[in-house]
Design a protein around this ligand. Sequence first.
Ligand SMILES: Nc1ncnc2c1ncn2[C@@H]1O[C@H](COP(=O)(O)OP(=O)(O)OP(=O)(O)O)[C@@H](O)[C@H]1O
Ligand SMILES: [Mg+2]
Length: 253
Amino acid sequence: MASISTPVQDLTVEEKEQRGEQLRTAGIVIRTYDLWKTYIMGDQEIHAVSGVDIEIRRGEYVAIMGPSGSGKSTLMNLIGCLDTPTKGLYYLNGKLASDMEDDELARIRNKEIGFVFQTFNLLARASALHNVELPLIYAGVPSQERLARAKATLAAVDLEKRMHHKPNELSGGQRQRVAIARALVNRPSILLADEPTGALDSKTGEEIMALFERLYQEGNTIILVTHEPDIAAHAHRIIHIRDGKVERDETNR
Ligand SMILES: Nc1ncnc2c1ncn2[C@@H]1O[C@H](COP(=O)(O)OP(=O)(O)OP(=O)(O)O)[C@@H](O)[C@H]1O
Ligand SMILES: [Mg+2]
């Protein structure tokens, strides 16, 4: 068997699978090898992500920072299995996600990943409760259990009393908490958040960060994108991205 330090490009198909197993056993939930995402615009190539190697262990709390256009959202979408890389390998929980077809990606995403979007992405006409229930409908969970889990998850973000409200009957911070509950309801192993406080005032932003801190204390793996140093300071590791590359990877405390 190839050792964990053998370069991936030298591995056979079988050894690639074994590498996934080694990563999983070592507690590494996310590992990218020379990951690229290139967009073709006319005769121009845009390398939004260009050769990223990152390794994130179970239970880490990581912030990704970088200037506008540096590739943060593109990288998050790759990590969240919302998009596929142009080149390179991506292991999610030991599985080679970069080789997966769309339906398999959707399945692993639903199981492993909770994604919080900058603009909440809630269904406007549905109640908070129904918004949180949705991922469970996709996952085929029976209705009674679905309701119980959606309610419990809303309670976990202190929104029990607002579960019958629609998004426009909630404050910005409450909407973001609904979005976080929706991301958590499937009990994903990884919570990804792209500018989760971007649309919120600083006080409401701090409330959301307190919630993330609790989720981290409970053992969840959290990766968030932010351009605000105050927000990034909550994370225990900060990865700085510039021009699609990792510029710096620092431990924070
Ligand atoms: N679908 C696309 N087609 C072509 N180019 C794209 C596409 N999506 C993103 N890009 C380009 O890729 C680069 C990285 O974009 P990305 O959205 O990842 O940046 P970002 O770091 O998230 O920026 P921001 O902080 O403004 O959200 C940018 O130059 C952007 O113009
Ligand atoms: Mg972005």
